[in-house]
Design a protein around this ligand. Structure first.
Ligand SMILES: *[C@@H]1O[C@H](CO)[C@@H](O)[C@H](O)[C@H]1NC(C)=O
Ligand SMILES: *[C@@H]1O[C@H](CO)[C@@H](O)[C@H](O)[C@H]1NC(C)=O
Ligand SMILES: *[C@@H]1O[C@H](CO)[C@@H](O)[C@H](O)[C@H]1NC(C)=O
Ligand SMILES: *[C@@H]1O[C@H](CO)[C@@H](O)[C@H](O)[C@H]1NC(C)=O
Ligand SMILES: *[C@@H]1O[C@H](CO)[C@@H](O)[C@H](O)[C@H]1NC(C)=O
Ligand SMILES: *[C@@H]1O[C@H](CO)[C@@H](O)[C@H](O)[C@H]1NC(C)=O
Length: 313
């Protein structure tokens, strides 16, 4: 009896000395981590990182925002002519990082699994860069609200399953990547907060699942330039907030769904270059259309008189 008691006390003592001393992040580490990032980007043709030096406080570095505790919360360096391989092993040691915004640069090389250590990330933009290789499974980043990886050179099998627990995602852009062919990823159908879905030109095949109608917050749905076949599901008429629906350059068949007229907020609709047929009277009720493209299909019948002349059908 007394033995266990003693061991407990010993352990407590040992803990007081070591356990609590080690894991707390120290602010001076953050300087070191950001200087690693600067070194990795040293070939960039920009002066934006000139302020990144030991003489300045990390929180005053260009593109860095800190939280109230003085820890790095945001890195906003999109569209800054940056080039280099991202040292995610360093970046993801920043314990409070919520936003990593590096879109529209010339970053290259692979994206490593180290990204999983950026546990607090809510906003991740790596889009419009020159990465290569497949994108890693980042299942641990369940706090993400925005994920932009579009037009960034990611190839191979995309780890669709990682999306299933990212239930707070509102924006997802994965289009314009040479991914391996896949069916429409069902994991996306669980992301009920999505308002922006860009899955164009990324080798999606098969049918558009009817459950897409459950993503009631969608404002933008872009599935163009894929290999989609089958009919446009009638459930798409449930997406009452849609402002833009892009389905062109697929192999969709059948008629435009009845109820399309219920998409009263729709301004841009493009279903051109498919195999659609039947009449197009349903679009005549879409009063807010600004742009309509239905050419290269097999439609028949009258053009609704409500349509203006700027539309091409
Ligand atoms: C592509 O990614 C950029 C950021 O890199 C984002 O601003 C843009 O909205 C994305 N495009 C689409 C159509 O989602
Ligand atoms: C999702 O957002 C809600 C509301 O902001 C928050 O309470 C919840 O913790 C978030 N979920 C995850 C997995 O981060
Ligand atoms: C999602 O969460 C469930 C429940 O915690 C877990 O079993 C599953 O492995 C998670 N999925 C992924 C891709 O991590
Ligand atoms: C489709 O994506 C590829 C990159 O995978 C890009 O090179 C091509 O320009 C895109 N096509 C269109 C029509 O945007
Ligand atoms: C498009 O679908 C039609 C009918 O299902 C099929 O006959 C045709 O081969 C498909 N075309 C392409 C390019 O996949
Ligand atoms: C269109 O909306 C009206 C009014 O909300 C509803 O009664 C009707 O069933 C809807 N039509 C379709 C095909 O969804």
């Amino acid at each position: 009896m007394s033995y266990t008691c003693c061991y407990h006390k010993l352990f407590l003592c040992w803990c007081l000395m070591f356990c609590f001393a080690l894991p707390f992040p120290v602010k001076s580490d953050e300087l070191h981590l950001l200087l690693n990032l600067k070194t990795a980007l040293s070939k960039s043709t920009t002066h934006v990182l000139d302020s990144w030096g030991a003489a300045n406080s990390v929180c005053s570095f260009y593109g860095i925002t800190c939280n109230d505790g003085g820890f790095v919360k945001e890195i906003e360096l999109s569209d800054q002519k940056l080039t280099g391989v991202l040292p995610l092993d360093s970046i993801c040691q920043l314990p409070s990082l919520q936003k990593l915004s590096l879109g529209f640069n010339s970053l290259y090389g692979p994206i490593s699994e180290d990204l999983n250590n950026c546990l607090k990330l809510e906003y991740l933009d790596l889009g419009n860069n020159l990465f290569d290789g497949s994108f890693p499974d980042i299942s641990s980043l369940i706090q993400l609200k925005s994920l932009h990886l579009n037009n960034s050179g990611f190839s191979g099998v995309f780890p669709w399953k990682m999306l299933e627990n990212m239930t707070n995602l509102t924006a997802l852009s994965l289009g314009d990547n040479p991914l391996d062919r896949s069916l429409f990823p069902n994991q996306i159908l669980k992301l009920k907060k999505l308002n922006w879905l860009y899955l164009a030109n990324c080798s999606i095949e098969g049918k558009i699942p009817p459950a897409i109608g459950g993503l009631a917050e969608l404002v933008n749905l872009e599935l163009e330039y894929n290999h989609l076949s089958g009919e446009i599901p009638v459930e798409i008429s449930n997406l009452r907030k849609l402002w833009q629906l892009e389905l062109y350059n697929n192999n969709l068949t059948g008629k435009l769904p009845v109820g399309l007229r219920n998409l009263t907020k729709l301004e841009n609709f493009d279903a051109s270059t498919n195999n659609l047929e039947g009449d197009i009277s349903e679009v005549g009720y879409l009063n807010n259309l600004v742009s309509l493209h239905l050419f290269k299909n097999r439609f028949s019948g009258e053009v609704p008189s409500q349509l203006g002349e700027s539309e091409s059908w």
